[in-house]
Design a protein around this ligand. Structure first.
Ligand SMILES: Cc1cc2nc3c(=O)[nH]c(=O)nc-3n(C[C@H](O)[C@H](O)[C@H](O)COP(=O)(O)O)c2cc1C
Length: 170
């Protein structure tokens, strides 16, 4: 880094929200249904703010809006599962992005070792126990220790530019 760069002041904080959203729309992300359980209460929500944190130990994170029903269920149940959807499961992504009243009726799923729903036919499944929760603005970052992992065969579903897509090799 040059001396000039090192002394240059940081840009003034603040960015136009529309510019931020337009930039983030350019990010292509895998699509997960985050399932949760606390006692007899189960839930599922679509999420793209999901990523791997470390392999040893195996940790992942998911960023969850504090106003979602899932937030309460994950906080109380201290567990969640990430169901990475396959390219033919976009209808499930739309369904689990809907508001309250979602059920697993008609969804091919079974409870995993954590009791969270594992959706059949997806690209992969991870079951997690919450290790740490960081509140950040409107959201909470849940870091989960992975206690069960399985890769499926379907090609992953991707979300970009406001649409569901799939991946293809260059
Ligand atoms: C493609 C897509 C990605 C989403 N990603 C997230 C996310 O990462 N975190 C989040 O809190 N909500 C995300 N949402 C919104 C939730 O799916 C939505 O608010 C859902 O209704 C929450 O359900 P719940 O209230 O039953 O938990 C996403 C929605 C869509 C369509």
């Amino acid at each position: 880094m040059s001396a000039a760069m090192a002394t240059r002041p940081l840009p003034a904080p603040g960015v136009d929200a529309a510019d931020f959203k337009a930039a983030m729309r350019r990010l292509a992300s895998g699509v997960a249904v985050v399932t949760s359980r606390h006692g007899g209460v189960v839930n599922g929500m679509t999420a793209t703010a999901v990523c791997s944190v470390s392999a040893e130990p195996p940790l992942v994170l998911v960023v969850v809006n504090r106003e979602s029903a899932s937030h309460g269920v994950i906080t109380r149940g201290e567990r969640f599962a990430l169901n990475f959807l396959a390219e033919d499961q976009a209808p499930l992504a739309s369904y689990f992005a809907g508001g309250s009243g979602k059920t697993f009726d008609g969804v091919a799923a079974r409870p995993g070792v954590t009791g969270c729903a594992l959706i059949a036919g997806g690209a992969a499944q991870l079951e997690c126990v919450v290790e740490t929760a960081y509140d950040q603005a409107t959201h909470t970052i849940f870091v989960g220790k992975v206690v069960n992992a399985a890769a499926g065969e379907g090609r992953p579903l991707v979300y970009s530019e406001g649409s569901f897509c799939t991946v293809r090799e260059l």
